[in-house]
Design a protein around this ligand. Structure first.
Ligand code: BG6
Ligand code: MG
Length: 214
């Protein structure tokens, strides 16, 4: 199968790098402290979802109710744990497969941008040596509605000046696949709960599989 596209918009966490495991560890530390059950299956529901919406999903299993101020403090606590884990990231956390595929896509003339719900996007890209690589970045600081709303992908497409119909999105989140479809884009699933979710246009066998279909 081949897709005729002008641009590829990448999710960040769990697609460009494996920060999804750090999100999990940071939420797990908070959930354990609060005595709330949390596992990797519940964690799949947090993929692509904003920080506060993620917290609400975790608190579904809480026996106590918390005030908005307490919830703000919990979200900040999680983010501080997460940022401590991110500090240890370096260009070694960018795989050769991802790096070489991105370079080859650029050589083939594609516009390449990011569409992530994370407010830590620019920090992470800097850590892994991609701070200046993408043609545009749309992230959690640009939007008011997180995936499955299409806002972040429409914002990313607008920043690179490409029509949504000419964009392919690479996602590990089912919410991200739904966001891409709602934006009128082609949705490519890689890992996570995106894979075989039933709403994707294509399941990638690996990141480098992009070179076979684009
Ligand atoms: C997404 C992750 O990329 O960013 C979600 O898949 C996360 O799990 C969201 O909640 C927001 O991230 P951050 O870094 O702003 O807390
Ligand atoms: Mg993701």
């Amino acid at each position: 199968m081949k897709f005729e596209k002008k641009a590829v918009i990448f999710d960040l966490d769990g697609v460009i790098c494996f920060t999804d495991k750090y999100h999990y560890l940071a939420w797990k530390a908070l959930a354990d402290r609060l005595g709330i059950y949390f596992d990797e299956k519940i964690n799949d529901r947090l993929r692509g979802v904003s920080r506060m919406a993620s917290l609400e999903i975790i608190l579904e299993r809480a026996t106590e109710t918390y005030t908005p101020e307490q919830k703000e403090a919990f979200a900040e606590e999680k983010n501080n744990t997460y940022r401590d884990l991110l500090k240890n990231m370096s260009p070694a956390d960018l795989t050769d497969e991802v790096k070489n595929t991105l370079i080859e896509l650029r050589n083939r003339g594609y516009r390449l941008s990011i569409g992530s719900s994370s407010k830590n996007t620019k920090f992470i890209l800097g850590q892994i040596g991609l701070g200046d690589f993408f043609d545009a970045i749309a992230d959690g600081t640009d939007i008011t509605r997180s995936k499955p709303d299409p806002e972040v992908f429409l914002c990313s497409a607008a920043k690179i000046g490409v029509d949504p119909a000419d964009c392919a999105v690479v996602e590990d989140a089912k919410a991200g696949i739904q966001a891409a479809k709602a934006a009128g884009m082609t949705a490519l699933a890689l890992f996570g709960d995106a894979k075989d979710c039933g709403e994707e246009d294509y399941n990638l066998t690996s990141f480098a599989d992009l070179l076979n279909i684009l």
